[in-house]
Ligand binder design. Structure first.
Ligand code: ATP
Length: 292
């Protein structure tokens, strides 16, 4: 894909700013004084291993968890105590981990759900069908019958029709084969071209580095690395990701921080083989109808 979106000039104001955010799940401190500034038009990536706090951060920005300390500012306003639905209506929209589609509803009905409280903007259901060309012919199919990659595309479409200003993407790669992940991420430039800003969470580091203009690594709720992908070395990322000591000999999995070398995750994994239907899908076929 093309070069990652550049950071806006430092003179511009961040569209999203998180200051010293601390979040607890019961006794567990899932986030510990996390700060970030996301500028208009950029792709900001949060990376980290299982349990690092990535989803907690995204969900807190969306309003689904309340922080114990810190604040969230969006478009110059403090939204820390604003209800999640108000944040969505104002333009903070999330594609949740695991898609969370309504399986018994059709593709189009799921998109209509996303459009219910849509802001005015460039994204319509028609526009989503243009982005994902296979979707129009499959619009009457229940989403529970779709493959993982197809479901992820519908989840992205459902978020886009709300016309977000900040799109929160939680682990798009989860359970999908590498070629499918690359195709989905390949859509990002077209999505960004409509004026969006993206904050994404990824375990697949190589994928995150490919698309991000800025990254932050979390480990056990703390920031371990922050910077531009071009300014961090693979060694720094490995140390930050696994919590290894610099110069150490590495630990279990340390050699695998770069996406394709990560051990497969349960439920499909990043190293999986692409099902033939998925290959067909991404090579432009519109005739597949899994599970029907
Ligand atoms: P993963 O990739 O596994 O989703 P993550 O980096 O997104 O990891 P989180 O899901 O944010 O991490 O979890 C951070 C920590 O908070 C973990 O220890 C997790 O077990 C815990 N946690 C997350 N959600 C809850 C919850 N609703 N109740 C209790 N603990 C939670």
């Amino acid at each position: 894909m093309s070069e990652p979106a550049g950071r806006a000039p430092e003179a511009s104001e961040p569209i999203l700013e998180v200051r010293e955010l601390t979040v607890h799940h019961g006794q567990l401190r899932a986030l510990d004084h996390i700060s970030l500034r996301v500028f208009p038009g950029e792709v900001y990536a949060i990376i980290g291993a299982n349990g690092a706090g990535k989803s907690t951060l995204l969900r807190t920005i969306a309003g689904l968890h309340q922080p114990t300390e810190g604040s969230i500012r969006y478009d110059g306003q403090d939204v820390t105590r604003i209800r999640p639905e108000r944040r969505a209506i104002s333009g903070i929209v999330m594609v949740p981990e695991g898609r969370r589609l309504f399986g018994s509803l059709t593709v189009e009905e799921n998109l209509q759900v996303g459009a219910t409280y849509a802001r005015k903007g460039p994204w319509t259901i028609e526009r989503v069908y243009e982005l994902f060309s296979w979707m129009r012919d499959r619009r009457a199919q229940r989403t529970e019958q779709l493959s993982g990659g197809e479901q992820q595309s519908v989840a992205i479409g459902r978020a886009l029709v709300a016309n977000p200003r900040v799109l929160l993407l939680d682990e798009l790669s989860l359970g999908l084969a590498p070629v499918v992940v690359q195709r989905i991420y390949g859509m990002l430039p077209e999505i960004l071209a409509t004026g969006l800003t993206v904050l994404l969470v990824e375990q697949d580091v190589s994928q995150a580095l490919r698309v991000a203009s800025h990254l932050q690594c979390l480990l056990e709720g703390r920031t371990t690395l922050e910077g531009k992908p071009s300014e961090v070395t693979p060694e720094q990322v490995e140390v930050a990701y696994f919590g290894l000591r610099q110069g150490g000999s590495g630990g279990p999995g340390a050699e695998g921080v770069w996406g394709e070398r990560l051990p497969p995750r349960s439920g499909g994994g990043l190293g999986g083989v692409v099902p033939p239907e998925e290959e067909q899908l991404w090579s432009g076929s519109t005739t597949s109808s899994r599970g029907s």
